[in-house]
Design a protein around this ligand. Sequence first.
Ligand code: ACM
Length: 676
Amino acid sequence: MKKVLLLPILLVILLYTTAFSQLNLMPIPAHYQLENGKFRIDTTFEISIKGNPNDRIYSAATRMLRQLSRRTGIYFHQDYITKASNSNSTKLQVMCKEPGLLKLDENESYTLTISPRQITLEAENDLGALHGFQTLLQLVSTDSLGYYFPAIFIKDKPRFPWRGLLIDVSRHFEPVNVIKRNLDGMAALKMNVFHWHLTDDQGFRVQSKIFPKLTELGSDGKFYTQAQIKEIIKYASDRGIRVVPEFDIPGHSTSWLVAYPNLASAPGPYKVQRGFGVFDPTFDPTNEKTYKFFDKFFGEMAKLFPDEYVHIGGDENNGKQWRANPKIQEFMKKHNMSNVHELQTYFNKRILQILTKYHKKMIGWDEILQPNMPKSIVIQSWRGIASMVKAAKEGYKSILSSGYYLDQMQSAGKYYAVDPLPSNTPLTDTEKKDILGGEAAMWGEMVTPENIDSRIWPRTAAIAERLWSPQNVKDVNDMYRKLRVVNLYLDELGLTQIKNYGMMLRRMTNGQNIAPLKELVNLVEPVKGYERYNHGITYTSYYPYTHVVDAARPESIHARDFNIMVSDYIGGKKEDYKILKSKLEKWQKSSVELKPIIKHSPILWEADSLNTEYQLTTKAGLEALGNLHNNVEVDSNWINSEIITIEKWRKPFANVNLEIVDAVKELIEAEKIKKN
Ligand code: ACM
C-alpha cells in the first residue's frame, strides 16, 4: 500500500524537478520558485505601468510586447505603452517606485510573480523592471495548447554591479548598427556597461569638434560623429546600459599623434598603424602643451559622454620614447623619478586632475596601479587576477577582464569558470566590496562587422551569468544547454553570429553546395590564444578575415556533443552507438564530397590538408566504433598505427583545429586487444 502511494509522489517530484531544471533563464535569477499552473498568452495580454519610473520604461515595455508578439505570432491589441497605460485590470502590472539612474551601484533588483491569471513585476526603479522584462521573454514556453509563461516567483538582483562588454572599434571600425545589435544582446543578458575602446594605434574613432584633425588624419574616415555617439548612448540608456568611453593614453596613441606629432615623445611624422602589437609612439608627459590639449579634449568628451567614468587606458606603454628622449630623462631626474612607471603615474595624476575638474572618475588598465595613485580610481585587471587582488588589498575598486578575453577563442566553459570572487578568494569581506564585477573584452584585431558577433556571442552569455548569478551557480552542462537557446534568441534579436556563418561559407564555396564544408567547419575551432600570429602571415587591419578560421565558431558545439557522447559510450552507454555511427558516416561522406568543392574554391585550398585530417580521423573513428560494437579484438599494432596516423595529421591547418581528434583516439584506445 505504501509503495503504491510513494510511486505517484515520486513521479510528481520527478516531473517537477525536470521542469524546474529546464528553465532557460540566463542568467539564472538569484532566487526562484516554480509554482503550479500556467499563464496563457493571448491577444488580451496588456501591460500597465505605475509608480514613478524613468521614461525609458515605456519604450522598453513596448519593445517587450512587440518582441513577444513576433515570437508568438499573437497580434496584441495594445498600442504603444505610455504613462496613460495604467489600468488596474491589465494582465501584466508593472510597478516602479522611482526613476533609475544610470550609475554604478544603482539598484537593479526586481520581483516577478507569475500566476495563471496575473503577472506582477515590481522594482525599485525602471532598470530592475527592464531586467524583469528580459526574464519574462526568456520564460515564454509552449505546450499543446499554445504559448504560456510558467507560474513562478522570482526575486532577482545582480551579484556584481559592473557587468560589461568591451568592444574595440579602433583595430576594426564597427558601424553604428553593429554596436546597437550588440547592445540588444547585452540587455538580453542583463549586462549593464558598454566599454567603448574608441582610440588606439590603428584608428581614432570619435569626432572632436575642437580637434577635427584627430579623425581627419587618424581614422580613414571611419569614425562616429558626435550625433552618432549620442544616438548610441541614448540607445544604450534606453536599455539600461552605461557607456564608458576609453581613450587609451599615453601609449597605444599613434592615431592621435598623426594629427599632433608635436605632443609625442619623439619627432614625427606618424602614420596610422596597420599592424598589431605594442608600438612606441607615446604622448610627452613633460610637455605642458600635452595637458592643455587634454584639458580641452576631455572637457569636450565629458560633455559628450554622460557616464561618471572615463577610461584612460594606460596599458602597454613600453617607455622606449621616454627613455630615448634626453629632455624627458632630464625631467625625470629633476623630479627624482627612477623609472618610467613613476613618470606615467605623474602623467596619470595630471590627467586625473583634468577629469576631476570635469566631474569624471578615472578607470584604467592595471598598469595604472602604481604607488601614490589616489583611491578614487578604478582598476581594470587584464594581466591576471592577482592585480585585482592587489588593487582590492590596497583599497582600490576593480573589475576583472583577465580570463574574459574573447579574442583568445576559449570555450564558454572556460570563461564561465573565471570568477572575480571565487570561494577561495584571499580577500576579506570589506575588501570584497571593492570588486565591482568584470568585462568581456572583444579586441578588434581579427574581427570585422561580419564576424564580430560570432566572437562575442553566445560565449559572452556565460560571462554574463557569472557576473549576475549567485556564486554557487556552477553547473557547466546546464549552462551549455541554455547557451543553445540563448544563441537562437540572440539571432532573433538581430545579432548575426548564426546568419553570417552560412553567408561566409557560401562565399567561400563560390555558389557550390555548402553542406559538406559546413559539416567540417562545424567541427573545428580557431587556434587558441594568439597562436594565429605564429603562422607566417603578418596581419594588418586590411587583411580580408574571410577565411575558414574567420568563419569557424570559437567553440564547436558539434564537437563538444560528439566528444561527450564518445565518453559516455566508452563508459557503458551502448545505446549511443547508432548516433555515433551515423555522425561518423555523415562526416566521412562529407569529407569525400568536399574534395571537388575545395578544388574549385581557391580560398579553400588551405583547407585541403584539414579535409584529409578529417577524412582519416573519421575513418579511424568509424572502424574503432565498429570494432567496439561488434566486440572485435584488434592487433595492438593496428592501434599503434592508427594513433600514429592521427597524430601525424593532427595540426592546425588553415589556423583551425579539428576538435574531435581526442574522442576518436579514445575510441581507438578503448579497443580490445587480441591475445597472441
Ligand atoms: C590590454 O589588453 N592591453 C588591455
